[in-house]
Design a protein around this ligand. Sequence first.
Ligand code: FES
Length: 510
Amino acid sequence: MGITVWTKDGRKEYAAAADKTLLALLWENRQGQVHAPCGGKGLCKKCTVMRAAADGTKEPVLACQVYPKDGEEYFLPKEEELSVKTEGQSVQLCPDAGLTGYGVACDIGTTTVVCHLIRLSDAACAATVGEGNAQGTYGADVISRIQAAAEGHLPALTETVQGQLARLTGKLCEKAGVDRSEVRRMAIAANTTMCHLLAGLDPQGLGVSPFTPVSRFGDCYEAAQLNLGFDGEVYVLPAVSGYVGGDITGDVLAAGLDETNEVTLLIDVGTNGEMALGCGNRLVCCSTAAGPAFEGAQIDCGMTAAPGAVSAVEWRDGRVVCQVIGGGEASGICGSGLIDAVAMLLDLGAVDETGRMLEVGEDDIPAACLPYLSLDEEESPIFQLTERVFISQSDVRKLQLGKGAIAAGTKVLLDTYGIGAGQVKRLLLAGGFGSFIRVSSAARIGLIPAELSASASVVGNAAAAGAAAALVSGAARERLRRIQGNMDYYELSGLGAFNDAYMEAMMFDA
Ligand code: FES
């Protein structure tokens, strides 16, 4: 008789097996609705689903730990639509003459997928949608996805992302009142691993040094070949290396680094932190594993930048003030909220420069913090931001690792280029979550060099803006090819200078 699972597509019946967890059953049935940041290892506690109990109530269980039995009924969590800010993306879009119909510009991030429906004749944006990357059921970072592919899940990963793009295309058309047959092309900016998974290419070479990709893309596929549900071409933006993908060449194009003579530093903050530095034909880049903290994953109360997420935090008139996406009660905290919160805790003295959160009872604890501080079940300190959302000591540690990696990558890149931070004219913060980031907080936690905060600006999802440019313009694709050829990539892993810089960058300045 099997089990009943209530998904976003309605009621499904799956056959239970004594040795299969619910998560394994969902994988088997290509149902990517449950996000499993730790890849099903039982560590992150984020894969909660509800199971109907005998008395008619529902109880929470972890999908990766529960072995369903015949007759049981499960309810999967609702998929939240992301809040996507589109302001700040000032890229000049110059469509080729004679284009008609619509196209879709996509940014496939490891954590989130954002798509814009673009009218090809004038590059006007008709609709935008964003969701968590449905591959999140196979783990939060690229390494877990590469591992999942190596364990035989490559076809499922490919089907998952292709299915998500096809569904989001339908959603865009519905939102804008456009017939799907009007969609003629798609352009995709994504990191190199995501591009491999989309195209069904084996990503295992990206999991081991020297991180060699099967393809560096920059070419077109037929939409039918990728099962995207429309007729037309799909252009995948070119990658520089295994860890500097088409999302970064898209960022560089959108920010115009290749066409300026002002030395610019661009940091794309996400699960991977990628950085590009330079101007004109002289560009250098690198990538670091920043961990999923900036995307709100593997954080105790973490979530993506969706309604209900605390996206900004400040200390005002002697108390904590939180801004919640969509208003209403906070149900979690996203990356920008976490950065703000830690910056605030540093200013208050509730976290010291080593990243240690002070505990109630310590002499030097600021009195103003006392009402907010307590201990979790493991007797570790937490700082309560709202009734349901708190920051834990381990959250601060994860942010510290992420910001340390990005700050160290930035330092190595500046040294490689032969300049100091003071010689950089512009600092651009990109990335889906980058749209919400507060520059002063990024500088306070040491994510960006303090001397650059005055020249820093937030460019939001520049990769999607780069994809939109490539969607409508052959000249933009030509520029992308040049950017790919001109950008020198520096591999940081195993580099002594990076390791030294990392140790130093882990600290918070007093
Ligand atoms: S605890 Fe289940 S996926 Fe992490």
